[in-house]
Write a protein that binds this ligand. Structure first.
Ligand code: UD1
Ligand code: MG
Length: 457
């Protein structure tokens, strides 16, 4: 097989985004656009990928490190000038070079593969991926001759009214004979409205040299959406979101309201799990089978095992076992482990803590920097006092401990196996096994005190 190369264009600032963040780094479903493009390219057999970086070069590189070489475009003089920057790496090679824009996050590897196949089949020297847009505004238009052969591409800003009426658009994805591409690039001028070196001009140059120039149409315009502003960014988000949700549904996940369910591209969900509305699952997450997630839940970078229920809660960077019940209104903060059959109820915050099997914090608690054993009952309002303003300290609560309501456990402190803490206690010293610790002042009842106050009611 012919060697295959790829060039990803990612050097632009993205002026139309009106943003501090460089365009190709704007996320779609939580992942930078350029990374989506890279992922699709990684699914193809490509011998070498070169990404053209300029604005935000370091950041773009950090997202693609190890998967691409990089060429630096110091000044953004246009897409043809951008591809030229790859000459030192690719210029001498024989093979086919694919060029893709970093701002087309919805492009699929299957479509690129079909483009490459078509290119080889018709023995073309350049093939453009085109699609039909209901509203082609902003895209380059494909101009064909009387026999329907591609002649050239005209940019929106350079197009006549008649040319603007064409709705076959340049998707910004092409493949070229590598050597002819770099030769033709040298002949591209910047004599146009924007004063830029346009990559699409290579098509006209090769065509006028008598080379075979072809177009491969995809019937899915959505896939070729170019994101130049925030309106298109929102469109891309909606399309990508429904793609992801549909894939989960086809694999056996119930999503009650797909329009209001936000699942990132790196989330795995087991069969028969039900996702209720207004739920966001982002980052790298694995959710097991038969879980009920949501409504109104946010899960980020976490592992949830099977048959667990999480309602109206936030879970971040944590590991949740089987048959756990969380929420409504719980907050599981990073580095927490909630083991099987545990229950974390309403208005409970857990931070960097381990909760043992079958243990419960059912209401209104803060458990931070704690190791809680199994079958522990943390009564309503149990608080680990973990911070003295300077340092954080550990609380250890061993198996079968019962902590009465409204207790402060002032860390560092250990409540040993089977001990009881009386309600309302402020525990500052370790409690031995099976002991009852009471740390509150005794109740005094002053009989008839009120009656004797002589206050007229
Ligand atoms: C480009 C095409 C247009 C096509 C559309 C598809 C040109 C001249 N026009 O227009 O025909 O319909 O894409 O989405 O190519 N970039 C660089 N260096 C530069 C300029 C751009 O790396 O000097 C990168 C950008 O970061 C971007 C990509 O190239 O990822 C495309 O540039 P952009 O400005 O978005 O071109 P469009 O106006 O969308
Ligand atoms: Mg664009």
């Amino acid at each position: 097989m012919n060697k295959r190369y790829a060039v990803i264009l990612a050097a632009g600032q993205g002026t139309r985004m009106k943003s501090k963040l460089y365009k190709v780094l704007h996320p779609v479903c939580g992942k930078p656009m350029v990374e989506h493009v890279m992922n699709q390219i990684s699914d193809l057999q490509i011998n070498q990928t070169v990404t053209i970086v300029g604005h935000g070069a370091e950041e773009v590189q950090s997202h693609l490190e190890g998967r691409s070489l990089f060429a630096f475009q110091e000044e953004q003089l246009g897409t043809a000038h951008a591809v030229m920057q790859a000459e030192a790496i690719l210029g001498e090679k024989d093979g086919v070079t694919l060029v893709v824009c970093g701002d087309t996050p919805l492009i699929k590897s299957q479509t690129i593969e079909a483009l490459l196949k078509h290119h080889v089949e018709v023995d073309a020297k350049a093939t453009i991926l085109t699609s039909y847009a209901d509203n082609p505004t902003g895209y380059g238009r494909i101009l064909r001759d009387g026999q329907g052969l591609v002649e050239r591409i005209v940019e929106e800003k350079d197009a006549s009214t008649q040319e603007k009426a064409v709705n076959e658009i340049n998707t910004g994805t092409y493949c070229f004979d590598n050597k002819l591409l770099f030769e033709a690039l040298k002949r591209v001028s910047n004599d146009n409205v924007q004063g830029e070196y346009y990559l699409p001009d290579v098509i006209e140059i090769l065509q006028s040299q008598g080379e075979v120039v072809s177009a491969y149409q995809t019937d899915d315009f959505e896939e070729t959406l170019g994101v130049n502003d925030r309106v298109a960014l929102a469109q891309a988000e909606i399309i990508m979101k429904s793609r992801i949700n549909e894939e989960h549904m086809r694999k056996g996940v119930t999503i009650i309201d797909p329009n209001n369910t936000y699942i990132g591209p790196d989330v795995k969900i087991g069969r028969d799990t039900i996702i209720y509305p207004n739920t966001t699952i982002s980052g790298e997450c694995v959710i097991g089978e038969d879980c009920q997630i949501g409504p109104g839940t946010e899960i980020n970078h976490s592992l949830i095992e099977n048959e667990t229920v999480i309602q109206q809660s936030v879970v971040r960077y944590s590991k949740i076992g089987n048959n756990v019940v969380i929420g409504p209104f719980a907050h599981i903060r990073p580095d927490s482990v909630i083991n099987n059959k545990a229950k974390i109820g309403n208005f409970v915050e857990i931070k960097k803590s381990i909760i043992g099997q079958g243990s419960k914090a059912s209401h209104l608690s803060y458990i931070g920097d704690a190791e809680v054993g199994s079958n522990v009952n943390l009564g309503c309002g149990s608080i680990t006092v973990n911070y003295d303003g300077k340092q954080k300290y550990l609380t250890k609560i061993e198996d079968d401990v019962f902590v009465g309501c409204n207790s402060n456990l002032v860390a560092p402190v250990t409540i040993s196996k089977g001990a009881y803490v009386a309600a309302g206690s402020t525990i500052t010293e370790d409690v031995p096994e099976e002991a009852l610790s009471i740390a509150r002042s005794r109740q005094v009842n002053k009989n008839n005190y009120v009656k004797n106050l002589n206050i007229k009611k």
